[in-house]
Design a protein around this ligand. Structure first.
Ligand code: ZN
Length: 854
């Protein structure tokens, strides 16, 4: 099946070609006879032709299936196997389709469809994995109820919905809620459960379970609490209740994504659910809480209301990311969450939006949908919803959401349906706003100002650079949150949302006693790049006085960037005024430790490279690295006398609790420790490493030591202590590469690919090593080209094992046009080498072709 000629351009699918399926699927009954290499799947599906169908072709998707038999109403029929599935002549009335197929889960290293992980059966069907299980109209707008019987010798056998019966060697499940096939799930294996329960606001008792491999039971308690908090939050904030008697989560070691929201049976990458103080860092805890919430929230935004087709992916993902960010802000700290999200957006989405892989949140074409599970669809999709909420206001937002659930429950929807509920609930015309869904690229907003006779005028000019297939862009609706401060630091105008709708637009503020200092794009009210001529002293002023916590951080961040850029371009020493401002802030114990830790975290080297590129310079990764080193060393020296006191003052005593307060303090403490390690030869870090009783402090100490090249003994000890824990070992692999000097990065990564615990078949381990290589900016882009070569070699080797993870990791090359011609030539050679690989997957083919055509 699908034996296209090697490397021929694969088929492209277009949004404009959408046509509904010609049949209703009334019910689906599946029987699995499990066997690692020869699982038999029997399907019995009742189809009814739609009276108004444009197209009655009976085509069922199917890939890598051995068809044993097919019947219609009990009579054997001959199906025609065609590219990507089968066709069959069927009656023009309701009929029962039955098929028996055989599949080979143990051979499925792509981890799509039904596969095996450590002897356990497990599925991943989003986006198009169900077609590797049986012949089916595998598209999200075909929804049906599923009844599943599993036959096998596994102690635990789970599927979606509620259990309806079980006996020796079998289990049956029924899911009463119609769903698309991508939400189907099956898990079978030797598993143990961590149980819990939740009573919904209308009084229904729900049984909860987290299923894990024996030995991992002790790492489930935090995830269970996070699940209960999520269920409660969704009732309190959105009024949404859970709708089955049972909610299961299963942890799986081999998984391409973070987690999957299958109805009633969420399947998680074990890294996104298993947690304990000894093995997980504060960042892990926060991420686990957020992902459990995200998948749970999909029960309504994704499952009850799903997507009509995969072009609409951001309908469920943008909204659910937005909801999980609201949840984290409520559980932890709103400003800290916002700052972290913007850092991530700039690190992942902005480069995507400004490079060869740029696409709108709702793309209009794809070859392989797996390649569109991107930062643009997820994170920019969430930003678009944040802007919508800001424009219509909180009350109208929840009014529109209520209408969305009321009107579309049980349906497969589009972005048009989504925007229509906002138009109907608020009376607002959103046709211009809709451009956010169809236009790619990050808008640039140039700001200029004027002040005369008490009147202050801000003028905004917006433009968006060309992106692939979109040379021209129309102006968008941009909510610009602005406040004004007086020169003495008082706020003279509270935050107000200005609505930009034209290419150039001015707004005036009257009655001011003196020229104000503007605080623009508060809370990062739109995903744009602000361009404004300003001074470092004004940035320092905002860092000290802005009432908007996001913009206070942003002022410090912009200042840090300017200082770094100047160091790179002019070889100057770090700006003394900035160092003084930083010192003052770090020593100010009145300030929130989490905020101080964020201000003390420098912009990433990749971010500096991007900034240089945007200003027309060619970034030199080695120079950027050197400037970062000089800056940190100078800062450490400046703070020398205060570091021991600060370290002691920020050390969290008592038992470890993974809450926001403790995490903020530990984050600051870790930053202080890394500075201190530059001066004390690693004494304090070695003491912390030896006494740490939690992973956050153990890992921080190890990282500080390794960065200072003083951690060899501790690294060895860490390995010996944790070699049997896969998730902790991922940290060990990644840290060595992250801490390597630029010239040693590729060699370190290469050596780790020879390590007995390295595996191509485990996506987490592969990402730990190759992701860390791509994430070490100066090391990956080292002039030798060794980083590029090593990544390309490994991607080529991985492609035949796991195309989805390969294609996703190819994106490490997406910023290649930023760099000098020698590096561009080196990367081009590697991309061409990947593309020339015989039998290359369509996933990787599409990604590499897009990058090369830029
Ligand atoms: Zn999701």
């Amino acid at each position: 099946m699908n034996d296209a000629a090697p490397n021929a351009a694969p088929q492209t699918f277009y949004l404009k070609d959408y046509k509904p399926f010609g049949y209703e699927v009334e019910s689906v009954k599946l029987t699995f006879q499990l066997s690692p290499n020869a699982t038999k799947v029997h399907s019995a599906i009742r189809f009814t032709p739609k009276a108004d169908a444009e197209d009655n072709r009976f085509f069922l998707h199917g890939e890598q299936l051995s068809l044993i038999s097919a019947k219609i109403d009990g009579t054997p029929v001959t199906a025609r196997l065609v590219d990507g599935g089968l066709e069959c002549d069927v009656p023009r009335r309701s009929f029962l389709w039955e098929a028996e197929v055989e599949i080979d889960p143990a051979a499925d290293t792509a981890l799509e469809g039904l596969y095996m992980s450590n002897g356990m059966y497990c599925t991943q069907c989003e986006a198009e994995g169900f077609r590797k299980i049986t012949y089916y109209p595998d598209r999200p707008d075909v929804m049906s109820t599923f009844t599943v019987r599993i036959e096998g010798n596994e102690p635990v056998m789970l599927s979606n919905g509620n259990p309806t019966g079980a006996g020796e060697g079998w289990a049956e499940w029924h899911d009463p809620w119609p769903k698309p096939a991508y939400l189907f799930a099956l898990v079978a294996g030797d598993l143990v459960n961590h149980p819990g329960s939740f009573t919904t606001k209308s009084g229904k008792d729900v049984e909860l379970n987290i299923w894990v491999r024996p030995g991992d039971e002790g790492k489930c308690a935090f995830g269970m609490e996070a699940l209960k908090k999520s269920m409660k939050w969704d009732e309190d904030v959105y009024g949404l209740e859970y709708d089955l008697d049972l909610f299961n989560i299963v942890a799986v070691d081999d998984f391409n994504m973070g987690a999957m929201e299958n109805k009633g049976l969420n399947i998680f990458n074990s890294s996104c659910v298993l947690a304990s103080p000894e093995t997980s860092t504060d960042a892990n805890f926060e991420r686990i809480e957020a992902i459990i919430a995200h998948e749970y929230f999909h029960n309504w935004t994704g499952n009850r209301i799903t997507c009509r087709d995969w072009f609409q992916l951001c309908l469920k993902e943008g909204l659910t990311v937005f909801r999980d960010a609201q949840f984290t802000a409520d559980m932890r700290s709103e400003p800290v969450k916002r700052i972290e999200d913007v850092i991530a957006l700039r690190a992942r989405q902005f480069p995507e939006d400004g490079g060869p892989l740029a696409h709108p949140p709702r793309p209009e074409e794809f070859q392989e949908i797996n390649n569109f599970y991107t930062a643009t669809v997820y994170e920019k999709g969430a930003e678009v919803i944040g802007m919508l909420k800001r424009l219509v206001g909180d009350d109208n937002y929840y009014k529109a959401l209520n209408l969305y659930f009321e009107r579309h429950d049980g349906q497969a929807c589009t972005i048009e349906d989504w925007l229509k509920v906002f138009e109907d609930a608020t009376g607002r015309d959103l046709s211009q706003f809709k451009l956010w869904y169809s236009q790619a690229g990050t808008p640039r907003v140039k700001v200029s100002e004027e002040y005369a006779d008490g009147t202050y005028t801000l003028t905004f000019e917006q433009s968006t650079p060309p992106t692939p297939g979109q040379p021209e862009k129309a102006p968008r609706v941009i909510p610009m949150a602005v406040g004004l401060l007086s020169p003495n630091g008082d706020e003279v105008r509270a935050t107000e949302v200005l609505e930009l709708t034209e290419a150039k637009q001015s707004f005036t503020f009257d009655g001011l006693a003196s020229k104000p200092v503007p605080s623009i794009l508060r809370e990062f009210s739109a995903p744009v790049i602000l361009e404004r001529e300003t001074t470092n002293s004004e940035r320092a002023f905002l860092l000290a006085h802005d009432t908007d916590p996001f913009n206070r951080w942003e002022a410090g961040n912009a200042l840090a960037k300017e200082v770094r850029v100047a160091m790179v371009l002019d070889g100057t020493a770090p700006d003394a005024a900035y160092l003084d401002a930083l010192e003052k802030l770090v020593r100010d114990d009145e300030q929130d430790p989490a905020f101080r830790a964020l201000v003390l975290s420098p912009p990433s080297q990749s971010d500096i490279a991007q900034t240089l590129h945007e200003r027309g310079h060619t970034p030199d990764p080695q120079k950027i690295y050197d400037a970062a080193e000089t800056f940190t060393q100078t800062l450490a020296q400046q703070l020398e006398t205060s570091l021991p006191r600060l370290y002691a003052a920020t050390t969290v005593e008592g038992p470890y609790v993974p809450d926001a307060d403790g995490a903020g303090k530990r984050a600051l403490n870790s930053r202080i420790l890394s500075l201190l390690t530059r001066l004390d030869g690693g004494e304090q870090a070695a003491r912390q490493y030896a006494s740490a009783d939690n992973m956050t402090q153990q890992y921080a100490a190890l990282a500080a030591l390794m960065k200072a090249e003083k951690g060899e003994a501790q690294s060895q000890a860490f390995f010996e202590q944790w070699q049997d824990d896969r998730l902790v070992m991922d940290k060990w692999f990644a840290l060595q590469i992250a801490c390597a000097a630029p010239e040693a990065t590729a060699a370190t990564a290469k050596e780790l690919t020879q390590h007995p615990l390295f595996s191509m078949k485990n996506p987490n381990r592969f990402r730990a090593v190759m992701g860390a290589l791509a994430g070490n900016h100066a090391g990956f882009h080292h002039a030798s080209g060794a980083g590029y070569q090593l990544l390309a070699e490994n991607l080529i080797a991985l492609d035949s094992v796991n195309p989805q993870t390969t294609a996703r990791m190819c994106a490490a090359f997406q910023t290649w046009k930023r760099y000098d011609s020698k590096r561009q030539a080196q990367i081009q050679t590697e991309l061409e080498r990947i593309l020339a690989t015989s039998g290359l997957s369509r996933d990787t083919h599409e990604m590499v072709s897009r990058m090369l055509s830029a």
